[in-house]
Ligand binder design. Structure first.
Ligand code: ATP
Ligand code: FE
Ligand code: MG
Length: 347
């Protein structure tokens, strides 16, 4: 099955041609420089940039794949969740192409796309497996049983892991996006310099929720630490030690929950997805915990972990094989649970 896929849910305008689990082309126009002056993604700026980039990105994806329209079986597009103004640009482009070229349209849930990065990285991968999805907007532990068949074991109650990275980076004056810079700094700092909370969620029975997490308390603890250190150190903050201590807290919290879910539910494969999968601390902690338990880890290459259209196309290929397609009335939704994605196919 050959898919032209479009992804515009946030700040990357992306298009790809995917044949089943094989990438024919994967084009991304990044907007990082457009948002950098604002220290984060500005929705208005994002929509305008998508509009400017979308036609060129699609044409490049088709050209790089040496593909003509006759070879395309369906057109896939991320339609939820995300910034509605951004999603609409992709959805409108996809619907127009589907109408003009008489192709089926397949709406894809963005998080299902992130899950499918693992299939692109390891085409022989088969469900069931557990996925730890750690991105700018999500921190979720998802059981994967088949295409469109998911179970949500745990998630963040407040900030996502990537969001916490970006907020703490801003607090330390490191600029945007903060995750990669924090990671680099952390590698030269002492992770035991400061003790930071791991964001446990207490249950009514006094126990700790085994899989849910919270990162807003950790962010507040860093803010308090920084203001204390300013009193003694002035502007000469031990940023590397702060970054390393923060990284340890995040990596440990995520590892503990992912490994617990894998063991409790009998998963022998753990796939990591989302931009935070690039984090060196998370990779270290997960590898150290999973190896002795015989749990296989899948870390897709970074270009497939962050937003891209190839992962959307790979998910769509499975839906098409299942005979699913979306109506041309498909809309963009800012929120949609992964467990409700059947509604994209009239289920
Ligand atoms: P979502 O899919 O939830 O809508 P998103 O797609 O915007 O969010 P991604 O593009 O997958 O998120 O990931 C971006 C996030 O990953 C940012 O918050 C960024 O700071 C973080 N990130 C990237 N590299 C690293 C790293 N090495 N360490 C920690 N965080 C990182
Ligand atoms: Fe994403
Ligand atoms: Mg992104």
């Amino acid at each position: 099955v050959c898919i032209l896929a479009i992804e515009t849910s946030c700040d990357e305008t992306a298009a790809a041609v995917v044949r089943d689990r094989h990438i024919e082309s994967n084009v991304i126009a990044s907007q990082i420089s457009a948002h950098k002056p604002f220290g984060g993604v500005v929705p208005e700026v994002a929509s305008r940039a998508h509009l400017q980039n979308i036609n060129g990105v699609i044409a490049t994806a088709m050209a790089e794949a040496h593909c003509d329209w006759a070879a395309i079986d369906a057109i896939a597009v991320t339609c939820a969740p995300g910034l509605v103004g951004s999603l609409l640009i992709g959805v409108t482009a996809a619907k127009t192409l589907a109408m003009v070229h008489h192709k089926p349209l397949v709406g894809i849930h963005h998080l299902e796309g992130h899950l499918y990065a693992s299939y692109l990285a390891e085409p022989t991968l088969e469900p069931p497996f557990l996925c730890l999805l750690v991105s700018g907007g999500h921190t979720s532990l998802i059981g994967v049983y088949g295409c469109g068949q998911y179970q949500l074991f745990g998630q963040t109650r407040d900030d996502a892991a990537g969001e916490a990275y970006d907020k703490v980076a801003r607090l330390l004056g490191l600029g945007y996006p903060g995750g990669p810079m924090m990671d680099r700094l952390a590698q030269s700092g002492n992770p035991d310099a400061f003790t930071l909370p791991e964001g446990n969620i207490s249950l009514a029975n006094g126990k700790v929720h085994p899989y849910d997490s919270s990162f807003s308390g950790l962010k507040t603890a860093v803010a308090r630490l920084v203001s204390q250190l300013r009193d003694t150190h002035g502007d000469n903050l031990p940023v590397a030690d702060i970054a390393a201590s923060f990284q340890k807290a995040v990596a440990h919290a995520l590892t503990k929950r992912a490994i617990a879910a894998a063991v409790d539910h009998g998963f022998t494969t753990l796939a990591i997805g989302g931009g935070v999968a690039a984090n060196s601390g998370l990779r270290q902690y997960l590898t150290a915990a999973a190896t002795p338990l015989g749990i296989r880890l899948i870390f897709p290459p970074l270009r497939l972990c962050t937003d891209n259209a190839a992962m959307i196309g790979c998910a769509a290929a499975d839906h098409v094989r299942q005979g699913e397609r979306s109506p041309l009335s498909l809309g963009a939704k800012s929120r949609l649970s992964l467990l409700e994605l059947g509604q994209l196919y009239g289920r």
